[in-house]
Ligand binder design. Structure first.
Ligand SMILES: NC(=O)c1ccc[n+]([C@@H]2O[C@H](COP(=O)([O-])OP(=O)(O)OC[C@H]3O[C@@H](n4cnc5c(N)ncnc54)[C@H](OP(=O)(O)O)[C@@H]3O)[C@@H](O)[C@H]2O)c1
Ligand SMILES: [Zn+2]
Ligand SMILES: [Zn+2]
Length: 348
């Protein structure tokens, strides 16, 4: 066993605090990673507070993990001690079903194993995430990171990055298209960077007037305050694709009305309440409403390589782990530019 230390929450109403626990000794195909940085995703807050139901405690959140390989099992062929690596939202899957075979392990028909708040394939061993000094992961679920990328700013790519890159690629976003990004948070700001890099005309919809300048700097061609219905009205039937990253209940019909005939709006945000859809929002111009979950391992590596090629990383604010509870409150107030990243050296 490997003794690990990190931060955990013991229940939905508890703050996070120091926690010691055991990681398994590396098996044949395992990689042991010394965690350098871990991003703070809004999903960490949803799950720490049991907002989606079924949370498992104690919970060590964190699925935007980067660090250095410190040990490898005998059967590991792809990684060496000293390599810079990343781990995202999943650490295992059945590796046998159609989804797994097609590289979409996140949609594993037998259930993927989440990096935390999940159980291993044995059906009972809980998984603990990246707010910790060490993690042990099967090599098939570990990603390679180009040393020329800023390591701390690369951490959020492992969730916010892939979650926005994957739908933009799946729905073939590119030059000549007009793309809307709803919500300029951790996911949203990565979506703007990718949409721009893919050549699309990119429009940001935000509720925060204070983010206008940042949105432009990140690459938005236009920034719309979504509370201004008059300006929204002028954009009706003009979008090829809209990606919605909002974490709280909101009116999606006002965005569906902006799509062209046959165009798609994709949800990646996971509000805790169901969203209301007026049938006519879809029927009148044969519009599509869909959703997308993170991305598979192969596509995550492709996204990291795309980022290395285009010099794309996240805009981050580094915090010591002792500030994690405060950081959660700031995320909930949309007061983050644009991702908190925990420096794991602060664990001591
Ligand atoms: N599908 C997946 O695989 C996946 C993966 C990761 C995360 N998620 C989910 O995606 C959501 C976003 O995550 P994140 O880490 O990007 O969160 P975040 O950094 O908090 O960003 C969410 C943004 O949504 C906007 N927003 C918040 N409350 C709103 C409200 N009441 N009405 C309208 N807009 C509001 C804000 O942007 P403005 O200030 O610009 O309005 C906020 O910055 C979360 O629900 C998370 O669980 C899903
Ligand atoms: Zn996440
Ligand atoms: Zn599977």
């Amino acid at each position: 066993m490997i003794l690990a230390k990190g931060y955990a929450t013991l229940g939905p109403k508890n703050p996070l605090g120091p926690f010691q626990f055991e990681r398994r000794s590396p098996r044949e195909n395992d990689v042991v990673i010394d965690v350098a940085y871990c991003g703070v995703c809004h999903s960490d807050i949803h799950q720490a507070r049991d907002e989606w139901g079924g949370s498992i405690y104690p919970m060590v959140p964190g699925h935007e993990i980067v660090g250095t390989v410190s040990k490898v099992g005998n059967g590991v062929s792809y990684f060496n001690v000293g390599d810079l690596v990343g781990v995202g939202c999943l650490v295992d899957s059945c590796r046998e079903c159609t989804s797994c075979h097609e590289g979409h392990e996140q949609y594993c028909q037998n259930g993927m194993v989440g990096t935390y708040n999940s159980v291993e394939r044995d059906g009972h061993t809980p998984t603990y995430g990246g707010y910790a000094n060490k993690i042990v992961v099967r090599e098939e679920f570990v990603l390679k990171i180009d040393p020329k990328l800023n390591l701390a700013a690369t951490a959020p790519l492992l969730c916010a990055g892939i979650t926005t890159y994957s739908p933009l690629r799946h729905w073939k976003v590119g030059a000549g298209q007009k793309v809307g990004i709803v919500g300029l948070g951790g996911l949203g700001h990565m979506a703007v960077k990718f949409s721009k890099a893919l050549g699309a005309e990119t429009v940001v919809f935000t509720t925060s007037e204070s983010k206008r300048k940042d949105a432009e700097r990140l690459g938005a061609h236009q920034v719309i305050l979504s509370t201004q219905s008059e300006q929204m009205g002028t954009l009706a039937n003009s979008f090829d694709f809209i990606l919605d990253t909002v974490s709280a209940p909101h009116d999606i019909n006002q965005y569906l009305s902006l799509l062209k005939r046959d165009a798609s709006m994709v949800l990646v945000g996971v509000p805790t309440q169901p969203l209301a859809v007026a049938s006519t929002s879809l029927i009148l111009s044969r519009k599509n409403l869909s959703g997308s979950l993170i991305g598979g391992i192969k596509e995550t590596q492709e996204m990291l390589d795309f980022c290395a090629k285009h010099g794309i990383v996240s805009d981050i604010e580094i915090i010591p782990i002792q500030k994690i509870n405060e950081a959660y409150e700031r995320v909930l107030r949309s007061d983050v530019k644009y991702r908190f990243v925990i420096d794991m050296k602060s664990l001591g």
